[in-house]
Ligand binder design. Structure first.
Ligand code: SAJ
Length: 418
């Protein structure tokens, strides 16, 4: 069986490698000549544990090949990005271009699967019409389904084969056929439903987390007003067998949680009230953190603020939608402040923000702000900090610092202010 994966990014490339590993003959199509050349050379252009080895094996065995355009196959999997327009509506250009790019190579009996995250009704209202306009009868001579990806960066290869998958066809025959495809590669359960349900399910998974984090962040503000320790409240409340409050922080980043809820609010603006409010709460957190920092250094002459963490979450180098970046922007606007940044995971060339080593960043600082839960930050030594900072004030927005060095004034978001 031949499979053509369109889009060789974070999802498409590992998917292509896994399909090849399970015996499929795979063509990976990407519009970027650099990506095509790198893959055909048996190398990878993205960092993901285990991917380089797996891909190299499959290319060597001749099971996986890349090309600039789709080639004939039995199954087509579209895994292109769905970014968001500045007005917070989904940008479906890449998805639609990918579908158009299939038209010259489709043949009767083919299966087309969209894995990209899309707003509800996209399969029925935007994707299917392109194919029917080209003369295909979906469910009769061509099959079409949505199968959202749900993998966590860093664990993609494992999750691709072990997670449960949702498969939603635009008609029942398409559902059955798409489910059969995934059962050849997935060890988890393959759950069958309709396209629109699959679309909404994927969005609700990430929206659930976004809303839950917003609740934790609201608790931070309530606690700030009332003099309560929000972290302790969450820890104790989560002892309850049916409660799972998430962790507060400087906001919500990444290309999933901070984006997907808008795909719902766009389609049902008058109904999706809680979802919209949650987005507002989470997006307002960087400014809240920045204000707190400004209060902490008020009265200091030429205050220096050291931001620890730029990535959107711990132990990754990804800064997309990062709340830490928003905090940096907010503080940098204040010309009174000297703002420096340290992030051991992020490469300076990729972010266009000067980065510093930890010691240099802390040196003579008046406030150290932890913005990302990178593993090494947890174990920052109290002595090392106290010796270097001018004013040893720390704002820990992720509640991870373990030191209780007596000279340090450690403030956690959502704990009574010192
Ligand atoms: N965050 C908090 N508090 C928490 C948990 C997370 O503030 O308690 C913040 C993080 O710091 C980060 C953001 O939320 O800024 C998102 O982090 P995340 O680890 O929750 O999610 P992502 O974006 O890395 O990956 C998610 C995953 N979805 C779920 O866990 C439901 C992943 O499985 C999805 O495949 C991925 O989105 C996606 O592609 O949609």
């Amino acid at each position: 069986q031949r499979c053509c994966v369109v889009g060789l990014g974070y999802i498409g490339l590992p998917t292509a490698a896994v399909f090849a590993d399970r015996g499929w003959k795979v063509i990976g199509a990407d519009v970027d000549p650099h990506v095509v050349a790198v893959v055909n050379d048996g190398r990878v252009h993205i960092e993901e544990p285990g991917l380089a080895e797996l891909l190299q094996r499959q290319v060597k065995r001749g099971r996986l090949q890349a090309a600039l355009a789709p080639e004939p196959a039995d199954v087509f999997i579209i895994a292109v990005p769905t970014p968001i327009h500045p007005d917070q509506r989904a940008n479906l250009d890449y998805v639609e271009e990918a579908v158009h790019s299939l038209l010259p190579v489709l043949s009767p009996g083919n299966m087309v699967i969209v894995e990209s995250t899309v707003p509800p009704r996209t399969m029925d209202d935007r994707v299917a019409p392109i194919l029917t306009a080209a003369g295909w009868r979906i469910g009769e001579d061509l099959y079409l389904a949505h199968c959202p990806e749900r993998v966590l960066p860093g664990r993609i290869l494992h999750e691709l084969s072990h997670n449960h998958r949702i498969v939603g066809g635009v008609d029942p025959v398409s559902t059955k056929k798409a489910a059969r495809v995934y059962r050849t590669v997935v060890q988890g359960e393959v759950m069958e439903t309709e396209a629109i349900t699959a679309e909404m399910t994927k969005l609700m998974e990430n929206t659930y987390r976004d809303v839950n984090i917003a609740l934790a962040n609201e608790l931070v503000r309530v606690s700030d007003r009332l003099g309560i320790d929000a972290w302790e409240v969450i820890r104790l409340a989560n002892q309850h067998p049916r409660v799972n409050l998430h962790q507060p922080g400087p906001g919500v980043g990444g290309h999933c949680l901070a984006v997907d809820p808008y795909f719902i609010t766009e389609k049902a603006p008058d109904e999706a009230l809680l979802i919209r409010t949650a987005r507002k709460i989470n997006s307002s957190m960087p400014a809240y953190v920045a204000n707190w920092v400004k209060e902490m250094v008020k009265g200091r002459t030429a205050p220096k603020v050291a931001l620890f963490g730029l990535a959107y979450k711990g132990n990754v180098d990804d800064i997309r939608e990062s709340p830490a970046l928003a905090v940096w922007e907010e503080l940098s606007r204040d010309k009174e402040l000297q703002v420096v940044v340290h992030d051991p995971f992020v490469e300076e060339e990729k972010v266009a923000i000067p980065l510093m080593e930890a010691d240099e960043a802390m040196q003579d600082a008046d406030c150290l702000v932890i913005l990302t839960d990178h593993e090494p930050f947890k174990y920052l030594e109290g002595n090392r900090i106290a010796e270097r900072m001018r004013t040893p004030w720390i704002l820990d927005t992720k509640g991870i610092l373990q030191t209780d060095h007596p000279q340090l004034v450690i403030q956690r978001l959502g704990t009574p202010r010192a």
